[in-house]
Design a binder for this molecule. Structure first.
Ligand SMILES: [Cu+2]
Length: 323
């Protein structure tokens, strides 16, 4: 059976995406059978036309026979197509249910569609991590996606897995698949969802189970950091503070922040200010309020609106440790 399936895919699958999940063949088999039936039908009809054109050419006979009906012929052309079409529909129904059987041990990932991106949420031992762009999945492992949307209808579509289902606000939908090939596969949104619908793409990355566990451990750890100093340090890097401020005493664009906490900072008007939480907060939100001496030629832009109060607190906690 598997051999037939593989052969059919070789013959008729040239226009289909590669098969990268265990159930991809369920769709492709049916496609191949419909293809075969279409070819047989086409050849049969054309052959019959050709035969009749030649056999009953005007030059050979003057008058056609009077045949009001033919029970045998009518029965055949009613019963045979009925069986074929019902067969196709039952086959399709069977494949549909088969593709939606969720194995008990399936690994669950939550998928959220939003204008215009996909977000994937993993959990391990009650701790969650959300990522976008690339969805990691372990190879040869049954996966079930529990999907929803936060705004409008989207449709989660991975052609190589033969998986496609709408995501609906306020409702849970699901798809299940078992990836069988390592590598990256495209995710599309297959439901028009607004101006950037065509850009709503993602990647599913099938990796080894070992690599998946490493990746997940890292993401879960990253997403669950509660240490304010660590969080502040990350923000300091991520928000681009490091492109102007060193923490080792050297001057980049702005003054080095080495030993900043508690020191006296001289501003251009000659005054000195003790560096405390309020001073740092002001330096971040209103950098122009007090310009550090020697730095009146360069400018730091305000981070108002780019950092929350909490995030500023984390940065302050971090700067306290920069000695
Ligand atoms: Cu969409």
């Amino acid at each position: 059976m598997e051999k037939i399936s593989a052969l059919l895919y070789k013959l008729f699958g040239f226009s289909l995406p590669e098969q990268a999940s265990s159930q991809a063949h369920l769709v492709d088999d049916l496609y191949s059978v419909v293809m075969i039936l279409s070819i047989l039908g086409f050849v049969g009809v054309v052959a019959a036309i050709t035969f009749f054109v030649i056999r009953f050419h005007r030059s050979k006979s003057e008058k056609s026979a009077y045949i009001p009906h033919n029970t045998l012929a009518e029965t055949i052309w009613t019963v045979v197509p009925t069986i074929i079409f019902l067969g196709i529909s039952f086959w399709g129904l069977w494949a549909f249910y088969k593709m939606n059987e969720v194995p008990d041990n399936a690994y669950k990932i939550k998928v959220t569609g939003k204008q215009w991106m996909w977000e994937y949420t993993y959990d391990r031992d009650g701790k969650e991590a959300s990522v976008t762009d690339v969805m990691y999945v372990p190879i040869d492992t049954p996966i079930v996606l529990e999907m929803t949307s936060v705004d409008v209808l989207h449709s989660f579509f991975v052609p190589s897995f033969r998986v496609k289902r709408d995501t609906v606000p306020g409702m849970k939908t699901m798809v299940t698949f078992t990836p069988t090939k390592l590598g990256d596969f495209r995710i599309y949104c297959a439901e028009f969802c607004g101006t950037s619908h065509s850009k709503m793409k993602g990647t599913v990355r099938v990796v080894t189970k070992k690599r998946f566990n490493q990746w997940l451990n890292f993401e879960i750890k990253e997403a669950n950091i509660t240490d304010p100093v660590e969080l502040g340090s990350r923000l300091f890097n991520r928000k681009g503070c490091t492109s102007c401020h060193s923490i080792d005493g050297s001057t980049i664009v702005g003054p080095s922040l080495k030993g900043i906490w508690g020191k006296d900072s001289k501003s251009t008007d000659g005054a000195t200010h003790k560096v405390d939480a309020d001073y740092i907060r002001e330096s971040i939100l209103k950098p122009q309020a007090k310009i550090v001496q020697g730095f009146d030629g360069v400018r730091m832009n305000s981070f108002a609106g780019q950092l929350s109060e909490k995030e500023i607190d984390y940065i302050i906690e971090y700067l306290k440790t920069v000695k």
